[in-house]
Design a protein around this ligand. Sequence first.
Ligand code: NAD
Ligand code: MG
Ligand code: MG
Ligand code: MG
Ligand code: MG
Ligand code: MG
Length: 339
Amino acid sequence: MSKVLYEKDIQKEVLQEKKVAIVGYGSQGHAHALNLRESGYDVIVGLRPGKSQQKAEEDGFDVFPVAEAVQKADVVMILLPDEHQPTVFEESIKPNLQPGNAVAFAHGFNVHFSQIVPPSNVDVFLVAPKGPGHLVRRTFEDGSGVPSLYGVYQDVTGKCKEVALAYAQGIGSARAGVLETSFQEETETDLFGEQAVLCGGMTSLVKAGFETLTDAGYQPEVAYFECLHEMKLIVDLMYEGGLENVRYSISDTAQWGDFVSGPRVINDETKARMQEILNEIQSGAFAKGWVLENQANRPEFNAINAREKKLQVEQVGRELRELMPFVKQPLQEEQKNKQ
Ligand code: NAD
Ligand code: MG
Ligand code: MG
Ligand code: MG
Ligand code: MG
Ligand code: MG
């Protein structure tokens, strides 16, 4: 088995002498900045003027333009949207790095697919939490944490790995487990996971189930509870105790249905599609499409996004959740206020 590291395996001193600049204050940025500060590290924030800047200042951080934050810091964690990172890196980060500084990422996409080429005189590492940024924060506050992968791309100081580990510990990940990876492995598995299973696979499964029931004339509200709402309750059981725990809690009728029907929905054909998706990730074809989509101002992304918001499963869900105030989390409220 791979070696998973915890609190006791990690030394904090290497990062205590350094100033960390968190560039970007979104989903991951706010969580890293707050968690690191509460772990005793010296943290500043680099941003352009705007909403995020106001939020970081309200949270008590010294906020600087990106170039200035990079000048002041020893470790620069880049938590901008992936598609904006290359431009900001060329214009504001690279010219302000000192030899022996460290540049860090929470996802290997830009380095692995050559959209960012770091100078050869700095350390380069990644600490990639395996969970949404808001949960990196929420779990830290609860006393737990989200596991992270860490990886070293370039070590010029001889201390890069130790700094990466201390960073992962500082955001709370050593409470849950920290595992070594490479930029290639993190990038390819992260893209595969979000496309085939966690995001693409799950939303498509929910939509297909909902539409099968409503097309057959069943009430949309019933279909929503069955195919979307209950998903979270089942996933919680899986998170706590694996597939076995789901099967312990469901009825034996449900468990028999799981055994005989599950493999008819997700079958060898589905796995062949998953393999295709993985091949396109590995070949760089997916990355090229996403880079070009952004260069073209996202025509297809925006068209699909608008269409998806109008789906019946979304409309009925909005109405039903209004009547279940307890399901509303701060995250969804925040989203509403942004719109
Ligand atoms: P985000 O969109 O939530 O936040 C981006 C931040 O960057 C915002 O504060 C925004 O104001 C700022 N910003 C955008 N453009 C800027 C510019 N040109 N100059 C200065 N600031 C700018 O981003 P995110 O989802 O937290 O993603 C950050 C990184 O973390 C990405 O590499 C992503 O792949 C990785 N990651 C994200 C998650 C997640 O939960 N969202 C999980 C794991 C890894
Ligand atoms: Mg997003
Ligand atoms: Mg991920
Ligand atoms: Mg990802
Ligand atoms: Mg049931
Ligand atoms: Mg059972």
